[in-house]
Design a protein around this ligand. Structure first.
Ligand code: NAD
Length: 246
């Protein structure tokens, strides 16, 4: 579905991002895999190359909230692969700190990665996507619908992701660039295994499809939205959550 496409995926070292890189490669794309640290990026790239030595994947670890570093990475991807068709803004962190314990540092950390990096990466990639009539895909969350009991900035950051998705889709449509988001429900990754069992088990009981999501469930939605099969879809937030909103 992505034969010949070139993709940049942030937060690609584990969880949803790693599986998205893997599914993109299996579907014929070449991928720039981004992570926060050289060590984890090298490990993730090695794991993929061990699975299939023919996978065309290269690792990067820019600070995603710094325009200069991200611009250098995009230029390096273009130099290596000749173009960029797809950006997946997936890197993100969550927390459930109650308001009165919430520090300014935590506020800055969450908003820098979950909001600012989406802005910085999107801005840096547009000159390339203009040439390919490409696509920006953001990672929202089911909590962007109705918030969460504590940890105010995580859902707030995903409301911002939805806002950027809806606004940029309108701003960039005249350039032929599509902008969509995938809003995962609870998905089996490190982010979720960090939560106590007492929190997760009752949540799973509320999911109509009766199970937690797997990273591949989310990756498949990214593959579809990145592909030409979705060429008339923009400004959409696709919920992949077993209907956990109902
Ligand atoms: P994860 O913790 O397994 O992986 C997070 C990824 O982000 C890693 O690749 C990590 O390298 C990267 N990252 C973390 N801090 C970074 C930083 N400072 N700079 C650059 N990269 C950094 O998380 P996940 O569960 O796979 O989540 C991926 C995305 O999906 C996030 O945006 C998250 O908010 C969203 N999401 C996850 C769930 C879920 O239940 N797991 C649900 C809804 C939305």
């Amino acid at each position: 579905m992505l034969k010949g496409k070139v993709a940049v995926v942030t937060g690609g070292t584990r969880g949803i991002g790693f599986e998205t890189v893997r599914q993109f490669l299996l579907n014929g794309a070449k991928v720039a895999l981004c992570g926060s640290r050289e060590e984890t990026v090298v490990k993730a790239v090695d794991k993929l190359k061990t699975e299939n030595a023919a996978f065309e994947v290269e690792g990067f670890f820019p600070n995603l909230s710094k325009e200069v570093e991200v611009a250098q990475m995009m230029a390096a991807v273009k130099a290596k692969y000749g173009k960029i068709d797809i950006l997946v803004n997936n890197a993100g962190i969550s927390s459930s700190t109650p308001l009165l314990n919430y520090t300014e540092d935590e506020f800055d950390k969450i908003s820098n990665l979950n909001i600012k990096s989406v802005f910085v990466c999107s801005k840096a990639v547009v000159p390339y996507l203009k040439e390919t009539k490409g696509v920006i895909l953001n990672t929202s969350s089911m909590v962007s619908m109705y918030g969460q009991p504590t940890g105010v900035m995580y859902p707030a950051s995903k409301f911002a992701v939805n806002g950027m998705t809806l606004s940029l889709s309108r701003e960039l449509a005249p350039l032929g660039i599509r902008v969509n988001a995938v809003a995962p429900g609870i998905t089996e990754t490190d982010m979720v295994s960090a939560l106590p069992k007492e929190v997760i088990e009752p949540l799973i009981k509320t999911i109509p499809l009766g199970r937690i999501g797997k990273p591949v469930d989310i990756a498949n939605a990214f593959v579809f939205l990145a592909s030409d099969m979705a060429s008339y879809i923009t400004g959409d937030i696709l919920h992949v959550d077993g209907d956990a909103r109902s």
